[in-house]
Design a protein around this ligand. Structure first.
Ligand code: 5AD
Ligand code: SF4
Length: 436
């Protein structure tokens, strides 16, 4: 019996798919890379923007024929979209061939749901309200070697006015620091070389006895082993000098921080309920650069938020320059039912938003290219994480997150490789392994 998992969305979802794989392995299934040969197909969905949902709907819909030909095929849909208000009913009606539906709060029940479905003809749709638990006991099948993800907390309390995450992932729940540090220790001992701590807003982490995020990060960085440590996502409203100090103190912690700004306009930030100003954000970046001059900052930006004017968008453009982002994820605002922003007046026409996105991408790319060009002739230490079949080159990232490609006759995946950078193309670097 073989499984195939289709994952949409963020690193949290990618990691949860590893847990889904863990459950399926426990039931005797093995992985199948070809969706058409699988006996069970699981969709782990995302609902952060409308296009994420449309993708999932399109791909689920495409299975109608296969299900007709193979009645034994099990199709399961889980994750954020399944948890979204009203979506379970919609999926039930629109896709009569979906056998199982589960949400974000009952992933651990998937094994039982499969048993139940096998024992009956009826479909099994099961959603739970948040239960407050932080340990699921599932052993994930990790797919990211030499990288590994570790959840430190779940949920979000921030209710940014555009965002659906708090509705589908529930309130913030932090795992025990002791459990997190133990997991980091096992991963390091198993040879993982890059460990990423995951949470929707890691800065508001509170462990047992009130352990703060900088304290947790410090404890993780003290774990023995030759690995890099990253974390995401940080919220600028909770960013502190103490965090900067911990990053600076430990060589293991990459000099790179993902700090979503979303907009450069104070009025839009306030409407977004972000609880910081442009100036506060920029002062955080200044502090960071004073203490760690080479620290790379990446970000998320939304354009076309309701009522955003051309001038306000230009403030985002100027902030991109001032903050000196090394790269950014950029999105057109997508109204999400149930969020405050979806009910706001002054929704921005699509053509205007598309034009702003194109201009923003160009501004960010210009910076990205300049940073890449500055690497040429220098060396960069990358952690080799894979092989690009199309390019016929190995690839990996340096601590700042920059992708480097190189040729090698031997498999170097999982090794730190010193590259002499010969040329740069956009966000990518091409080099020669110095020790080859
Ligand atoms: N529309 C567009 N982008 C969004 N994001 C979150 N919600 C929305 C939305 N409704 C973006 C934010 C966030 C990232 C993960 O996704 O930039 O930081
Ligand atoms: Fe969404 Fe804001 Fe929470 Fe991030 S911090 S998950 S953008 S509500």
């Amino acid at each position: 019996m073989k499984y195939h998992i289709v994952t949409y969305g963020c690193q949290m979802n990618l990691h949860e798919s590893e847990k889904i794989a863990g459950i399926l392995h426990g039931k005797g299934y093995t992985e199948e890379s070809d969706i058409d040969s699988a006996d069970i197909i699981v969709f782990n969905t995302c609902c952060i923007r409308e296009n994420a949902e449309n993708h999932a709907f399109g791909n689920i819909g495409a299975l109608k024929q296969r299900k007709r030909q193979n009645k034994d095929l099990i199709i399961a849909v889980g994750g954020c979209m399944a948890q979204e208000a009203g979506k379970a009913a919609l999926i039930k009606e629109k896709f009569p061939f979906v056998d199982i539906l589960f949400g974000t709060h009952n992933l651990d029940e998937l094994g039982d749901l499969i048993d139940k479905k096998r024992a009956q003809r009826k479909r099994v749709f099961s959603l739970k309200e948040e239960r407050g638990e932080t340990e699921d006991g599932i052993v994930p099948v990790r797919t990211g070697f030499p990288g590994a993800w570790v959840n430190i907390m779940y949920g979000c309390n921030n209710f940014c006015s555009y965002c659906i995450v708090p509705y589908v992932r529930g309130r913030e729940r932090s795992r025990r620091a002791e459990d997190i540090v133990r997991e980091v220790g096992s991963l390091a001992a198993e040879g993982y070389k890059e460990i990423t701590l995951l949470g929707q807003n890691v800065n508001s982490y509170r462990g047992e006895d009130g352990t703060t995020f900088p304290e947790l990060l410090d404890r993780c960085a003290r774990v023995e082993g030759d690995f890099r440590l990253r974390f995401m996502t940080s919220h600028p409203k909770d960013f502190t000098g103490e965090l900067v100090e911990v990053i600076k103190r430990h060589k293991k912690i990459c000099n790179q921080i993902h700090l979503p700004v979303q907009s450069g306009s104070d009025r839009i930030l306030s409407l977004m309920n972000r609880r910081y100003t442009r100036e506060k954000y920029l002062s955080e970046i200044r502090l960071l650069r004073e203490e760690i001059p080479d620290c790379a900052v990446t970000t998320d930006i939304i354009v076309g938020f309701p009522t955003e004017t051309e001038e306000e968008f230009c403030e985002t453009l100027s902030l991109v320059k001032e903050a000196g982002f090394s790269s950014a994820f950029m999105f057109i605002y997508s109204p999400r039912t149930g969020t405050r922003a979806a009910a706001m007046e002054g929704q921005i026409p699509e053509e205007v938003a598309k034009d702003r996105l194109a201009r923003l991408i160009e501004a960010v790319n210009e910076q990205t290219r300049a940073i890449s060009a500055s690497y040429v002739g220098k060396t960069a230490e990358i952690l080799c994480e894979g092989f690009d079949e199309k390019k016929n080159l190995y690839l990996g990232r340096d601590e700042y997150g920059r992708m480097g490609y190189f040729e090698s006759k031997t498999n170097r995946i999982g090794e730190y490789v010193m590259l002499k950078i010969d040329r740069a193309n956009g966000i990518s670097l091409y080099g020669t392994a110095v020790d080859a």
